[in-house]
Design a protein around this ligand. Structure first.
Ligand SMILES: *[C@@H]1O[C@H](CO)[C@@H](O)[C@H](O)[C@H]1NC(C)=O
Ligand SMILES: *[C@@H]1O[C@H](CO)[C@@H](O)[C@H](O)[C@H]1NC(C)=O
Ligand SMILES: *[C@@H]1O[C@H](CO)[C@@H](O)[C@H](O)[C@H]1NC(C)=O
Ligand SMILES: *[C@@H]1O[C@H](CO)[C@@H](O)[C@H](O)[C@H]1NC(C)=O
Ligand SMILES: *[C@@H]1O[C@H](CO)[C@@H](O)[C@H](O)[C@H]1NC(C)=O
Ligand SMILES: *[C@@H]1O[C@H](CO)[C@@H](O)[C@H](O)[C@H]1NC(C)=O
Ligand SMILES: *[C@@H]1O[C@H](CO)[C@@H](O)[C@H](O)[C@H]1NC(C)=O
Ligand SMILES: *[C@@H]1O[C@H](CO)[C@@H](O)[C@H](O)[C@H]1NC(C)=O
Ligand SMILES: *[C@@H]1O[C@H](CO)[C@@H](O)[C@H](O)[C@H]1NC(C)=O
Ligand SMILES: *[C@@H]1O[C@H](CO)[C@@H](O)[C@H](O)[C@H]1NC(C)=O
Ligand SMILES: *[C@@H]1O[C@H](CO)[C@@H](O)[C@H](O)[C@H]1NC(C)=O
Ligand SMILES: CC(=O)N[C@H]1CO[C@H](CO)[C@@H](O)[C@@H]1O
Length: 718
């Protein structure tokens, strides 16, 4: 009897423990939402990409996301940084994916892991390591054996790594959702019937890895079961056609908080009110997971940005490039999250109903049998306040707004009523470098044919020649001049992205394409010597392409070169003997690296800074006091790349102006962890002619001095 009782008690407890442990972390889904430990969840998620900041920044970024009401941190996995050579892996420093996920877990948030491994993400080559280009017979992202081998190999590597660290939810880890492929439907047509075979293969391969958590495919309406099709876009409440099965929840994996910016482009400003409207609409229309792309964009350090994309990434996100709160966006979305969380169990368990409230007004109600009730009152009229009747009460709705009534009676939030005060970025110069004594320089030479490392009787494709070891490729030629005219034209066509022409060591001009039209023509009058002339053309890329079908077949660099006297008298040099040099001499010498025995590189005094092409500049500086973020103001420079203490902080391109005549980006972030207290070294590769005497070191902060709007009073129920 005693024993029997004891036994029964124990078995019950053991059963509870087993069920409890399993339920606490199993992730499944139904037609309403993801279920974690058997519980439906309404989740707000924010994208933060670990290699776009530093491990020192991660804890505070994640903490600010949590404080903003974010439940899940979403990140892609960046294949090219993790597997720089086949089978050689790197998970150190900024690439320490496990440390990043554990930091999220330590702060009590979940993780969505978008493995891809094609990610686009305005990341060079869409995240593919460049060696994939040279795998014989490869065609990316279709039913192609070599591609599928490497895709499966890397996906398995990541899943195994996550499992070995216990990071999936059923193991007690934070990962609740994963993604395979990425917006494949955009390019699916290009591959004919192979495409759907590939989609099915990708889904089966991913599901076969048995992570214990669901997989999603974004922008893939036919995602095979059990993979969930999810929405990416700015207005998924309006555009999403819904899950492809009644048993799948409505998930929004990318709600763009802004848009990435390209050189020559203006920042895309999306208001807090507009984001809040579309998020709320998506929730009203049965959505249960919304991810902000990006919540923190960060910095495309080094040469990681894709073609023509600027170094700062989604600076307009709720956390700006430096990780500072962007107000009122951050605060308004925090208020929205709190308003929705206050009634999420009714939203998840209640029966949804919708009805018209007027020509441009509609209502969505979630009602539980036990009495809970939540209403969303929507005014699609973008101009006027409108009063609607709901349950015998009047509600005044602001133009283009949604009011949330967590009890179907009182309004606790209106998407257009922003209670957060705006802030403004303050950039404070802390050190000037206007003295020539502060600088040293290293002048790049212009190689001629004899000095190049290899030759070919054609114009070689740029990427296939550099293997992305550098942005730069020299094309050099010896031209025997026997033309009849005095001032012929040098005519160059390039498929991408930038070209600078030199004749007999003298710079004669350059040109570039842009994000939308990458190819361009350069036509320059040239003065040639009689007899031999050395022609050297520097082709430069500003990031590899990241989107579209057949990425492995893209063409960049020079496609034709002619010297013309007239339409009839010209030389086509396209198939002449060209000599090639990959990269700059300074890159080969690694002049940006700190060294103790400084004799390998001959730095010299600063020369005439007016319009010096292809020059490396160096100076030293003190770390600014305090802990404000640090940035270089490079407004006086032209185009190139910057290093601090040997770490590249990215490309810059000041000369490429936007529609208002300003550089798209003048400030370049230096993560604090790159700095020492003193004796920091700045090295700049200036390609196009800029003045280093005008650069300054700044700190960046935000103020609340710029009052946004006082509280709009909530229209009261009458
Ligand atoms: C992945 O490929 C490497 C060789 O590059 C091989 O050593 C490894 O076993 C493969 N892993 C899987 C999971 O196929
Ligand atoms: C929400 O879900 C309910 C029940 O499945 C359905 O009747 C309704 O059409 C859905 N609403 C929208 C906007 O899809
Ligand atoms: C309810 O929502 C659905 C889905 O958007 C829509 O087709 C339908 O017209 C709405 N019903 C009413 C009565 O407004
Ligand atoms: C709408 O109502 C608010 C407050 O009730 C008021 O401040 C605002 O001026 C009104 N807007 C329009 C377009 O009438
Ligand atoms: C609204 O008012 C009418 C008449 O006054 C009443 O019959 C009805 O029950 C009321 N409805 C609600 C939801 O209160
Ligand atoms: C830098 O130079 C500018 C212009 O000469 C000057 O206004 C500014 O005060 C200087 N800043 C510092 C930190 O020396
Ligand atoms: C790339 O270069 C190699 C020689 O290095 C050549 O065999 C191959 O055809 C080139 N591929 C493309 C796509 O240009
Ligand atoms: C110019 O030189 C080229 C060889 O470089 C030769 O083929 C051509 O006939 C010469 N033209 C004239 C007008 O001499
Ligand atoms: C061209 O380059 C060769 C070396 O390859 C050099 O000897 C010659 O002086 C150069 N010619 C001119 C005009 O610069
Ligand atoms: C250069 O060579 C290629 C391949 O042999 C040929 O297709 C092309 O017409 C040639 N171009 C010129 C300008 O001779
Ligand atoms: C703005 O509204 C919020 C919420 O209703 C309230 O807590 C706050 O005190 C108001 N602020 C001002 C300046 O009226
Ligand atoms: C699905 C969707 O809403 N896509 C939109 C995302 O935002 C871009 C840029 O504003 C629009 O062009 C797309 O239509």
């Amino acid at each position: 009897m005693e024993i029997d009782k004891w036994w029964r008690r124990w078995s019950l407890l053991a059963l509870l423990m087993i069920v409890g442990a399993a339920e606490a972390s199993d992730v499944t889904y139904d037609g309403r939402s993801l279920l974690i430990g058997g519980q439906r969840k309404l989740l707000f998620s924010g994208s933060i990409h670990y290699p776009r900041s530093t491990p020192q920044m991660w804890p505070s970024l994640i903490a600010k996301a949590k404080e903003g009401g974010i439940d899940v941190i979403q990140t892609y996995v960046f294949w090219n940084v993790h597997e720089p050579q086949p089978g050689q892996y790197d998970f150190c420093g900024r690439y320490d994916l496990v440390r990043f996920i554990k930091e999220v877990q330590a702060q009590g948030l979940y993780v969505t892991l978008r493995i891809g491994p094609y990610i686009e993400s305005e990341w060079t080559y869409g995240g593919f390591p460049f060696w994939l280009h040279d795998v014989p017979g490869i065609v990316f992202r279709t039913d192609n054996e070599p591609f599928k081998f490497y895709m499966q190999n890397f996906t398995t590597k990541i899943v195994d790594l996550m499992k070995s660290e216990g990071l999936y939810a059923p193991q007690g880890g934070p990962i609740i959702l994963s993604q395979i492929e990425n917006e494949y439907q955009n390019i699916q047509k290009a591959f004919g019937p192979d495409a759907s075979r590939y989609v099915r293969w990708a889904a089966e391969m991913a599901v076969g890895l048995q992570t214990g958590v669901p997989w999603g495919m974004c922008k893939q309406t036919d995602a095979p079961d059990p993979v969930i099709n999810t929405c990416n876009g700015m207005r998924c409440g309006e555009t999403f056609t819904g899950p492809n099965s009644p048993n799948k929840p409505s998930l929004w994996t990318e709600n763009w908080t802004s848009f990435y910016q390209v050189y020559g482009g203006l920042p895309y400003i999306r208001s807090a009110e507009d984001i809040a409207f579309h998020v709320t609409l998506f929730i009203a229309r049965n959505g249960s997971y919304v991810n902000y792309y990006m919540y923190h964009g960060g910095t495309n350090l080094g040469r990681t940005s894709s073609a023509y994309v600027i170094t700062g990434y989604y600076d307009q996100a709720p956390l700006d490039e430096y990780g500072l709160l962007r107000q009122p966006k951050w605060g308004h979305l925090k208020d929205l999250h709190a308003a929705i969380k206050s009634c999420s169990s009714t939203l998840l368990e209640g029966a949804p109903k919708n009805f018209s409230l007027g020509q441009l007004q509609e209502g969505y109600v979630f009602e539980e049998e036990k009495g809970g009730c939540v209403a969303f009152l929507i005014n699609n009229n973008a101009v006027n306040n409108v009063t609607v009747q709901f349950r015998n009460r009047s509600y005044e709705l602001l133009p283009k707004s949604i009011s949330i009534l967590p009890d179907c009676e009182n309004v606790n939030f209106n998407t257009a009523n922003v209670n957060t005060v705006s802030n403004k970025r303050i950039v404070t110069p802390v050190q000037n470098f206007s003295s020539a004594d502060a600088w040293e320089q290293f002048q790049e030479g212009v190689p001629n044919l004899d000095e190049t490392s290899f030759k070919a009787n054609s114009l070689l494709e740029h990427m296939n020649t550099t293997k992305d070891k550098s942005d730069y490729l020299w094309y050099t030629l010896r031209f025997e001049n026997n033309l009849s005219c005095n001032e012929p034209t040098l005519s160059i066509h390039s498929a991408a992205h930038v070209a600078h022409a030199f004749v007999n060591d003298k710079y004669i001009g350059g040109a570039h394409g842009n994000h939308d039209v990458k190819s361009f023509t350069l036509e320059l009058p040239v003065t040639l010597n009689e007899g031999l002339n050395n022609i050297s053309i520097l082709s430069a890329m500003v990031g590899l392409p990241d989107s579209g079908a057949f990425l492995e077949r893209r063409f960049a660099g020079l496609t034709s070169v002619q010297i013309q006297c007239s339409e009839k008298e010209f030389y086509d040099l396209t198939n002449s003997t060209w000599g090639y040099q990959v990269g700059l001499a300074g890159e080969q010498l690694q002049v940006y690296k700190e060294r103790n025995n400084g004799d390998e590189v001959q730095w010299s005094q600063l020369g005439d800074v007016n319009n010096q092409k292809l020059t490396w500049y160096k100076t030293t500086f003190e770390a600014p006091e305090g802990d404000c973020p640090v940035a270089w103001d490079l407004s006086s420079m032209g185009k190139g790349e910057v290093w601090v203490n040997g770490e590249s902080i990215g490309r810059y391109w000041i000369l490429f102006h936007d529609a208002n005549g300003n550089p798209s980006q003048a400030l370049y972030h230096v993560p604090r962890s790159f700095l020492k207290a003193s004796g920091n070294v700045l090295v700049v590769m200036e390609e196009a002619g800029g003045n280093p005497l005008g650069v300054s070191l700044t700190t960046v902060s935000v103020s609340t001095s710029h009052q946004h709007s006082s509280n709009l009073s909530f229209p009261s129920a009458t």
